[in-house]
Design a protein around this ligand. Sequence first.
Ligand SMILES: Cc1cc2nc3c(=O)[nH]c(=O)nc-3n(C[C@H](O)[C@H](O)[C@H](O)COP(=O)(O)OP(=O)(O)OC[C@H]3O[C@@H](n4cnc5c(N)ncnc54)[C@H](O)[C@@H]3O)c2cc1C
Length: 430
Amino acid sequence: MTIYDMIGIGFGPSNMAIAIALEESLTKTHPSRDPHDILNMVFIEQQQEFAWHPHMLLKDADMQISYMKDLATPRNPCSRYSFINYIHSQGRFDQFLNLKSFNPSRIEFNDYLGWAARQLGPWVASGEQVIEVSPINESHHVTLLKVVTRNAKGERKERLARNLIASIGGTPKIPDFCTQAIQDPRIFHSHHYLQKIRENSQAQRIAVIGAGQSAAEIFMDLASHQDKNVELIARTYAPKPADETPFVNKIFNKEFVEHIYHLEPDQRLAFLQEFRHANYACIDVDLLNAMNRLLYEQQVQGKERLNLCLRHQVQAITASPDHIELRLHNLNTGTSVLRRYDAVILATGYERDLHHALLKPLQPYMDDFSTDRFYRLKTRSELKPTIFVLGSNETTHGLSDTLLSLTAVRAGEVAHVLLNQLLNQEIQAA
Ligand SMILES: Cc1cc2nc3c(=O)[nH]c(=O)nc-3n(C[C@H](O)[C@H](O)[C@H](O)COP(=O)(O)OP(=O)(O)OC[C@H]3O[C@@H](n4cnc5c(N)ncnc54)[C@H](O)[C@@H]3O)c2cc1C
């Protein structure tokens, strides 16, 4: 069986940026060789075709980040994988500049990522889901990792790796009141929105639960369908604006990772709480204004199709053949009401611990799933492979950890550490 120098799990922006950083680093050190001949690695992606959050590619949604924070530019402004190079190669350079905007549409950014993914194709195995990573022992040491995958036909495949990078993103967070009801096709998470709303096209009374960007985007998307009554349900007194002001935005700079990482755990927690609304349960200001205008226009027209049901918490959900009933607790009055809908959408965010299940067989070699400054799992010395885990280190590395802001910079750090590690492994094997 082939032994890979490195296997990556997932091929979203994080691992794409790492592939680019590795390719560029190898091209620099070995200009006359093809990087694919030097490094034996594969990124395993469960999707058959590249797509970035495909069911949230809403037509009016924009990126919440500058196009310059693409897969490579903050690390290497000369990279051929930059957004600018993509725009140029598509013949849209002048037109894009004329938009005078830092924020491309999400649809365009997805196209950019797909363009980069196609160029990195030789390093990717698509349509396979990694289902387990387990240790291979050799005289009291774990020298290799066995990575097991399954494809859509249910076929299993095993590969061996000297090192691993898991960048698998988030999984939909399903609130406790909904763990059973989520089986009903009329109740679904924002992660599946475009697909599921198509399947529920007859639904007229729709509840959107949540107070963040996805909830607001879905509210506005549904509001554009004149046949739908839409209610956004949230605990908050008022939807909060995403703070993108310059001083707050500094928390997404690379220096901040260094700062946060070296704080005491209680200081980190206080920091995350103070700046929570720079990323969570907050809505882009333009979108907030658009929502407000829409609600005002509805008032002018004397209609009651759209509603914000604030200071309400969902207590229970019951699905019956002709409707879904929510029991809503009014946090101001302490009373409860029952409301009926045809579909319920959970815009309730993501969890970031799927890697715990995938890496469970390795648990005897670590205390917990914490990582060091360079995203390496802190494992015991008997486990020789290096395992990087990206996108689940917010509590130690700060709020930028799940976002694109530092994707390129993180990728550069990981590529650098990995290449040194491979050099070290080669020296030891020699
Ligand atoms: C709707 C939406 C919009 C967003 N917009 C922004 C934005 O504007 N700006 C910003 O900074 N951040 C944004 N984010 C945050 C987002 O997390 C990052 O943009 C980015 O997607 C993180 O990249 P990633 O590669 O770490 O994770 P992901 O993009 O989630 O990619 C993970 C990949 O791993 C694959 N995978 C998962 N498990 C397995 C497995 N077991 N086997 C094989 N493959 C697997 C998945 O299919 C996926 O392709 C947004 C998030 C969402 C949900």
